[in-house]
Design a protein around this ligand. Structure first.
Ligand code: HAM
Length: 445
């Protein structure tokens, strides 16, 4: 027996019925983004390594330890994207999007890759739904983005907390970094090895350490709010005013520093209960210097990314996935009946109905078992001897009753389904709407 080849650790297959939940989440996001004027962008999963090294920051965990980087045949260094923002900015600059519109609102959905230690809610291939606004730096935009996120989670009936902080700008950050460094130096003996390294390379990351000892020490660390320059303080205050105006609940979290270096001013994370230690379902913030840093014009930006695996986990806890049953299950008996069933199924599917078609070579009993498993309410049984008469038998699986029905391929799909559901041909209350007309809900996927 050849050896079984399994998927790569931390990279998962997405199977039904979970895939339907993902489709639902993606549809809701697209709807929401379109209502807010975002347009989709798709960028390649591979980029030149310096894009991430420069964009995310050389001293971040992502760039130092977690990237899937390899040397291509032409000796160039390529990396599987660990996040979407740097790629979006690269495309924004490369295609001069700034010249097309003063403000670009872009969203993306796709896989990201980080070589982290896999655990619940943390994978090596994971998926993000992200949004970026380029071209405006006023507090209204920050608040609008956060309000949209709040509305999104509320619409999904998920209880989350939005943690916010301001990470200042190039004017006020150096003094804060220095104060954290001095604070860390004075407590060096109580800090972990990693924090010793962080202290010199990236002192803000002291606040992000998960070690209980370090967390205890840094509980008394200086907070950014005391160091913000007047414009940053005013910007942050106005963001909060807008959020209060629309009753968006948020929590000020002075420890929130984010794991990517490009952030400035408003930074945030959406935290959900029930995810264990990987409880951030979304992260984001403002990155006003990034476009310039990557070789583009001085255009400010802000954005977020939602972790799809974590979001789906939250929804799963709320309502188990359920596939919607077919509108009709067609059970042909024999080859001739199968041909007619094939045409009936095609006609009804064109009309927007969800049809399950079995093979005519299977026995009636086996076909019925499958119809039952799929939750079909109606089964159209097409037997060879009914064919000539243009008839079939409809079995109502709930009422456990059979009745004859006329099958006329010349009729429009709606009339055909009416005749099947209700042989007296009166419009029936049980008629399903074509799929597109259905109301979307997390229970029905
Ligand atoms: P991030 O905080 O690194 O930000 O990731 C955003 C979200 O992706 C996290 O909150 C989490 O839900 C999910 N995520 C991250 N790593 C993993 C993983 N290994 N397994 C499963 N889910 C994960 C960014 O990536 C920024 N680009 C967000 C952004 C957009 N900032 C501005 N614009």
């Amino acid at each position: 027996m050849p050896e079984l080849i399994q998927s790569v650790r931390g990279m998962n297959d997405l199977l039904p019925p979970d895939s339907a939940k993902w489709g639902y989440v993606e549809r809701r996001c697209r709807e929401l983004f379109e209502r807010h004027g975002y347009e989709e962008i798709r960028t390649p999963v591979l980029e030149h390594t310096p894009l991430f090294a420069r964009g995310i920051g050389e001293t971040t965990d992502i760039v130092e330890k977690e990237m899937y980087t390899f040397t291509d045949r032409d000796e160039s260094s390529l990396t599987l994207r660990p996040e979407g923002t740097a790629s979006v900015i690269r495309a924004y600059i490369e295609h001069s999007l700034a010249h097309r519109e003063p403000v670009s609102k872009l969203f993306y959905i796709g896989p990201m890759f980080r070589r982290e230690r896999p655990q619940k809610g943390r994978y090596r291939q994971f998926h993000q739904i992200g949004a970026e606004i380029l071209g405006r730096d006023d507090p209204l935009i920050d608040a609008e983005l956060l309000l949209m996120l709040h509305d999104f989670f509320t619409a999904l009936r998920l209880e989350v907390t939005i943690d916010v902080n301001s990470l200042g700008d190039a004017v006020c950050r150096p003094a804060y970094r220095e104060s954290l460094r001095v604070f860390g130096e004075s407590r060096l003996a109580q800090l972990c090895e990693n924090c010793h390294a962080r202290l010199h390379r990236n002192p803000l990351r002291l606040l992000d350490c998960k070690e209980p000892g370090c967390r205890q020490v840094t509980a008394d660390a200086p907070v950014f709010a005391d160091f913000l320059c007047a414009p940053c303080r005013d910007h942050f205050a106005r963001v909060q005013d807008y959020l209060r105006r629309e009753n968006v609940p948020f929590a000020l979290n002075p420890r929130l520093v984010r794991g990517l270096d490009y952030y400035c001013r408003t930074s945030f994370e959406v935290i959900a209960q029930g995810l264990g230690s990987q409880n951030a379902v979304c992260g984001g913030g403002r990155y006003d210097g990034l476009v310039e840093q990557l070789g583009g014009p001085a255009v400010p930006g802000i954005g977020f990314a939602i972790g799809v695996e974590r979001l789906v986990m939250l929804l799963q806890a709320q309502a188990p996935p359920r596939s919607s049953p077919p509108d009709l299950f067609i059970a042909p008996l024999g080859e001739a009946a199968e041909g007619r069933a094939f045409s009936v199924a095609h006609r009804l599917r064109l009309g927007g109905y969800r049809i399950e078609l079995e093979s005519g070579s299977r026995g009636l009993k086996a076909q019925m078992r499958r119809a039952d498993k799929l939750g079909a309410r109606y089964v159209l049984i097409l037997g060879e001897n009914e064919l000539a008469a243009g008839k079939g038998t409809v079995r109502d699986m709930q009422a456990k009753s059979d009745r004859p029905a006329a099958i006329d391929l010349a009729l429009p799909a709606r009339a055909m389904i009416e005749a099947i559901y209700n042989p007296s041909s009166q419009p029936s209350a049980l008629s399903p709407q074509p799929e597109g007309a259905e109301q979307d809900s997390p229970g029905k996927v």
